[in-house]
Design a protein around this ligand. Structure first.
Ligand SMILES: Nc1ncnc2c1ncn2[C@@H]1O[C@H](COP(=O)(O)OP(=O)(O)O)[C@@H](O)[C@H]1O
Ligand SMILES: CC(=O)N[C@@H](CCC(=O)OP(=O)(O)O)C(=O)O
Length: 315
C-alpha cells in the first residue's frame, strides 16, 4: 500500500466510525424524505439518490419517500401548449391540469423512483396519496399579496391515515408516495404541494426527521440579494421569517414549520445536487443544509454517546 492509499483507507475508516453514534441514534427510526422535482434533473444524481435511500434502509432506518415533480408537470403541460401558472408557490390547477398532474406524478415520476430503488432489491412500493385514504384534503386558496385567490383543485391535507405506509415499513419495504389526495367531499382528487404532503406524513408517522431535497444549499437569508446559508433556526425564528419568503421556499419552509410544530424533532432543507447529501446529513457530526428545530439549542453532538445505550444517546 502506498502512503496515499493508506491515508485514504484510514480516512474511510474514520468516516465510518464518525457514523456510529448516528447509526445508534436513528436505528429503527422513520425518516421522511421529500424528493423535489428540481433535485431529479440529472440521471447520475437520481441513481445516487436511490443508493442513499437503500443505504438508509440497510443501516436500519425506515425511509419513506414523498416525491414532487413540478418541473416534470410543467414540461408536460408545455408540450400540450398549456402555460403553467403559480400563486404563492402553488400550481393553479384546473380539472384538465389535475389529470396531467396525476398522470405525470403517479404514472411517470413515481414509477421512475420505484424502478431506481428496486435496482438494489425488492424494496420500493409506489403509492398515490389517494390510496387507502392516505391523504384526505380540503380545497385551499392561494395567497397573493396577502389576499386569498381561487387556485382550483389544490388541497390542504386535513387527514392522514398512515396504516398502509406503516404496514409496508414493517414489511421492510420503502414506500414511495405521490402528492395526490382524495377530496374531503369524496368527489375527486386534489393536487397537494409535495412539501406539504411530506410534512403531514412525517407528523402522522412520528418521524425522527423530515428531509427536504431541493436545488439550493438550504434557506438563504434575504434571498435573492444575499445567499448566506442559514444553518439552523428554531420554529419561532422561522415563523417570523415566513412572511418575507417567496416562491418555492414558501411551501418548503411552511412544511418544516408544520413538521416541527407537529412533533418531528428536526426538519432539514438539503441540496439534492450534492451527491450523498442525505448520508452527509444523517451520519456526520456537522450535517449540511438548513436545520429547523423546535427551539434554539446548542449544536447536536453525539460524539462519545455510543455505549450509553440508545435511549441515552437519543437524549
Ligand atoms: N430564501 C430562499 N433561499 C433559498 N432559495 C430560495 C429562497 N427563496 C426562494 N428560493 C427559490 O426556491 C427554489 C426552490 O423551490 P422549488 O423551485 O419549488 O424547488 P423544488 O422543486 O425542489 O420543490 C430555489 O431554487 C430558489 O430559487
Ligand atoms: C399544488 C402544487 O403546486 N402541487 C405541485 C405538486 C408537485 C410538487 O410539489 O413538485 P416539487 O416538489 O417538484 O415542486 C405541482 O403541481 O407542481
Amino acid at each position: 500500500m502506498t502512503a496515499r492509499t493508506h491515508q485514504q483507507a484510514f480516512d474511510k475508516a474514520n468516516a465510518l466510525i464518525e457514523a456510529l453514534p448516528w447509526l445508534a441514534r436513528f436505528h429503527g427510526q422513520t425518516v421522511v424524505i421529500k424528493y423535489g422535482g428540481h433535485a431529479m434533473s440529472d440521471p447520475g444524481l437520481r441513481a445516487r439518490f436511490a443508493e442513499n435511500i437503500v443505504f438508509l434502509r440497510y443501516a436500519g432506518l425506515r425511509p419513506v419517500v414523498v416525491h414532487g415533480g413540478g418541473p416534470q408537470i410543467s414540461a408536460h403541460l408545455d408540450r400540450l401548449g398549456v402555460q403553467s401558472e403559480f400563486a404563492g408557490g402553488l400550481r393553479v390547477t384546473t380539472p384538465e391540469t389535475m389529470d396531467i398532474v396525476r398522470m405525470v406524478l403517479v404514472g411517470q415520476v413515481n414509477r421512475e423512483i420505484v424502478g431506481l430503488v428496486n435496482d438494489h432489491g425488492p424494496f420500493a412500493v409506489g403509492m398515490s396519496g389517494e390510496d387507502a385514504h392516505l391523504f384526505t384534503a380540503e380545497r385551499r386558496p392561494g395567497i397573493v399579496d396577502g389576499v386569498p385567490v381561487d387556485i382550483g383543485l389544490v388541497g390542504e391535507v386535513v387527514d392522514v391515515q398512515p396504516g398502509a405506509v406503516r404496514s409496508l415499513l414493517d414489511d421492510g419495504r420503502i414506500p414511495v408516495v405521490s402528492s395526490i389526495a382524495r377530496s374531503d367531499l369524496g368527489d375527486g382528487v386534489y393536487n397537494i404541494n409535495a412539501d406539504t404532503a411530506a410534512a403531514a406524513l412525517a407528523v402522522a408517522l412520528d418521524a425522527a426527521k423530515l428531509i427536504v431535497l431541493t436545488d439550493v444549499e438550504g434557506l438563504f437569508a434575504d434571498y435573492p440579494d444575499n445567499t448566506e446559508l442559514i444553518n439552523r433556526l428554531s420554529a419561532s425564528e422561522l415563523e417570523s421569517l415566513l412572511p418575507d419568503l417567496t416562491s418555492g421556499m414558501v411551501p418548503k419552509m411552511e412544511a418544516c414549520l408544520r413538521a416541527v410544530r407537529g412533533g418531528v424533532p428536526q426538519a432539514h432543507i438539503l441540496d439534492g445536487r450534492v451527491p450523498n447529501a442525505m448520508l452527509l446529513e444523517v451520519f456526520t457530526n456537522d450535517g449540511i443544509g438548513t436545520m429547523v428545530v423546535a427551539e434554539a439549542a446548542g449544536p447536536e453532538d453525539l460524539t462519545g454517546a455510543v455505549g450509553l445505550g440508545e435511549e441515552a444517546a437519543a437524549e
